[in-house]
Design a protein around this ligand. Structure first.
Ligand SMILES: Cc1cc2nc3c(=O)[nH]c(=O)nc-3n(C[C@H](O)[C@H](O)[C@H](O)COP(=O)(O)OP(=O)(O)OC[C@H]3O[C@@H](n4cnc5c(N)ncnc54)[C@H](O)[C@@H]3O)c2cc1C
Length: 459
């Protein structure tokens, strides 16, 4: 029979945690995943040292375990990072959900060690200095799963769920069926129809465009998400050592005096490297650090969040437009010394060479970011660097390097209630694909939230 109680669309962390929470309830659950099963997911580029051959679907992003299956799996145990679920529930409730999913990861074999639990006195001292500079310092607790561990945990979850519900991998959902305003079921890409009382759509970033099209077809209202645009900052590692040595990952948040815009540090990489990222031909900047290989520099992003109001509804297009401008002027990423930016002149290769900070990204073009970034973004970056300098003297040096553009996008977000249900009853949308999360922990928490809601309605 093609009739189920619950269909879960997508087997990333959001879908998997929905399944785990519904296990043992007696509800008939079907999980549909367009990618392959975890044992057979294999990227030909990674395994043979070739460049991307554009498999459909991509084995890195799709399949049992979802997008981060082959990452080193940093489980960020805080309400402040990795999503906006705090907009849907009180902070206390989100904390409880994150604690709950963390214990589930532990049950399936996650490592016991949590970074960020030590040095509480030093962290409080840093927070005091930050507060005096109008900055909030938010330290994060991180459970580092590790690449192989991540696959092991996800395989364990698959083995568990196989006993509790029906799982169909390599099975994309083509259409969501709504009749007379009520959710009925889904049509699979092979033409088959399957029906259920509840649908939990968790298609991830990879499935977000498809999901946005479905939402439009179904007439769901969409909420405009913020777009985060800014630069990556590179400084000598010694300038931030007193912070990076005690907090594994931290976020510093500032509201600008000029526009009351929110600007924050993001993705700090002590002794790391600045790298480029290719988003379908659009080159943006990012950063990473290796466990073994260390540089003399630390890098982090400074991102200005902007939410647009009526009538503009295309924040992703706006972000891409600005990043494209940097590509147009610089042929890719532009690098500029802070001193040159403040003096109103471009950086040149000679000026960069004279600088104290040796760039770790060698193919960025020395140029002028004031020709790329909007005025209020530039003002926010300038104000933030001045504030940061009070916490870490030397950040606001003339020699500090700024690389642009760094941009972070949320997927389109349908209007959802406080249990992540769309305007159509019994049709829930969760995880990165619904634009409400951006990390493993909150995606998993979203899965638990909707499953608990279904249990409450059914039991
Ligand atoms: C390389 C990499 C490293 C990462 N590292 C970290 C990290 O260390 N820490 C962290 O917190 N986060 C990390 N992330 C982010 C994290 O992986 C995601 O936030 C998380 O996986 C989102 O979970 P999700 O279930 O919402 O979506 P996904 O994990 O994207 O899963 C969605 C699933 O839905 C499937 N799907 C899509 N459309 C359909 C359809 N029409 N029919 C059926 N199935 C469909 C997809 O194939 C996919 O498997 C990383 C991401 C990447 C790409």
């Amino acid at each position: 029979m093609n009739q189920y109680d619950v269909i879960i669309l997508g087997a990333g962390p959001a879908g998997i945690f929905t399944g785990i929470e519904l296990a043992g309830t007696g509800l008939k659950v079907l999980m549909l995943e367009k990618g392959r099963n975890i044992d057979v997911r294999k990227c030909p580029a990674n395994s043979q040292g070739r460049s991307c051959v554009h498999c459909q679907p991509c084995d890195i992003l799709c399949g049992w375990g979802g997008a981060g299956a082959f990452s080193d799996g940093k489980l960020t145990l805080t309400t402040e990072f990795g999503g906006i679920l705090n907009e849907y529930m009180p902070k206390k409730k989100l904390e409880q959900l994150i604690y709950y999913i963390d214990t589930t990861y532990l049950k399936f074999g996650a490592t016991e060690k949590v970074y960020g639990d030590n040095y509480q006195d030093e962290i409080r001292k840093l927070q005091r200095v930050a507060n005096a500079a109008d900055l909030s310092l938010i330290p994060a607790r991180i459970r580092h799963l590790g690449t192989e561990k991540c696959v092991q945990i996800l395989t364990g979850m698959r083995d568990f769920l196989e006993q509790k519900c029906e799982i169909r991998t390599s099975m994309p959902v083509a259409e969501i069926i709504i009749k007379d305003g009520q959710y009925r079921g889904v049509q699979l890409a092979n033409g088959e129809f399957v029906y259920s009382k509840y649908l939990i759509a968790a298609p991830g970033r990879e499935g977000s465009e498809w999901f946005a099209e479905q939402a439009e077809k179904l007439g769901l209202d969409m909420v405009t998400n913020p777009v985060d645009i800014g630069v990556r900052v590179e400084i000598p590692a010694t300038v931030m050592e007193h912070i990076t040595n005690i907090v594994y990952e931290s976020k510093l948040v500032y509201y600008t005096k000029s526009f009351d815009d929110r600007i924050r540090t993001f993705c700090m990489n002590p002794y790391g490297e600045v790298v480029t990222e290719n988003n379908d031909g659009l080159i943006t900047v990012n950063g990473h650090s290796y466990a073994e290989k260390k540089t003399d520099n630390t890098n982090f992003a400074l991102l200005v969040s902007k939410t647009f109001t009526q009538p503009f509804k295309e924040p992703i297009a706006y972000g891409k437009y600005i990043a494209r401008l940097a590509n147009l002027l610089g042929g890719g990423v532009i690098v500029q010394r802070l001193g040159d930016l403040l003096d109103g002149r471009r950086s040149t290769p000679e000026r960069i060479n004279r600088g104290m900070v040796v760039p770790t990204l060698t193919d960025a073009t020395p140029g002028d970011l004031s020709l790329v970034l909007p005025y209020r973004h530039l003002v926010a970056i300038k104000e933030m660097l001045e504030a940061l300098d009070k916490v870490a003297p030397g950040v606001n040096s003339r020699h500090t390097l700024l690389y642009g553009v760094e941009a972070k996008f949320y997927s389109s977000r349908p209007k959802l209630n406080n249990v992540l249900e769309t305007q159509i009853a019994n049709f829930f949308a969760i995880g990165d694909g619904a634009g409400v999360t951006r990390g493993l922990a909150q995606a998993s928490a979203a899965g638990v939230l909707v499953a608990q809601e279904i249990k409450a309605r059914e039991m």
